[in-house]
Ligand binder design. Sequence first.
Ligand code: SF4
Length: 290
Amino acid sequence: MDYKTDAWVQWCPACGNFGILTALQRALAELDLPNEKVTIVSGIGCSSRMPYYVKTSNVHTLHGRPIPVAQGIKLANPDQVVIVASGDGDLLGIGAGHFVAVGRRNIDIKVLLHDNAVYGLTKGQAAPTLPLYVKTKALGQPNIQSAVNPLMLAFASGYTFIARAYAYHIDQLKEMIKAAIKHKGTSLIDILQPCPTYNDIMTKEWYEKRIYYLDKEDPSWDPNIEKPEDVKKIPKIVEKMLEWDARIPLGIFYRNTMIEPFDVRIEKIMPGYLQNPPARRVVGVNGRAL
Ligand code: SF4
């Protein structure tokens, strides 16, 4: 209740966004984070209404731009927990350049990718994660473009925490959000999110026939890269990131604590900068400055 607002939640019945919202609120509660110490930043899309529903210090920004806004907030407010919550169209379509650039910097922000493979807000066009030749009900013809693999794109870009979750498994998603917040570095959780209104192919039934958890299937599963010899784990990690279709793995794929986050890099080049940044201001809900 500490993280709920009074706003009416404007999503379709059974939308996967409800599960993501609940998991995020529970994760913040279990970590006992003060409301004003968390900032959620979104772009444009159904999922981008998230900042209105979580009682923290949030920004609803432009289409494709939540990541650069989140980076600015984090640099000006190093103690803030900064979370990007946006869709696959927003983050991997118009915002794809920012999605790559933030990984190269390893800034400590958490990207929650609401991945429903369609542009739900604008009536169901094909979004970047819709697989090739899939024809959802809004399309006149099957999709002619190949899907982006968000995990592989994040890995190639330098993200140091990469996970995949399922929106209707709230407890598991909550634990992944907590793990991402505890990790210091750019983090991605690709959240498979049914859109019952426009994606009539990748439905709850479609996902639940395919998904499985990496650590349940293989109790020795270890995503941690903590020392140089751990790079031997990477071929297996990449193999699992590429697995898709008949079976879809969920869980934490990759957590690398050997790569320096951005604040450490800044301190090396400009000592003391982050203790006295040029701007230390977060815009709160309804434009109020904190
Ligand atoms: Fe959710 Fe899809 Fe409805 Fe948007 S259109 S609110 S993603 S079910």
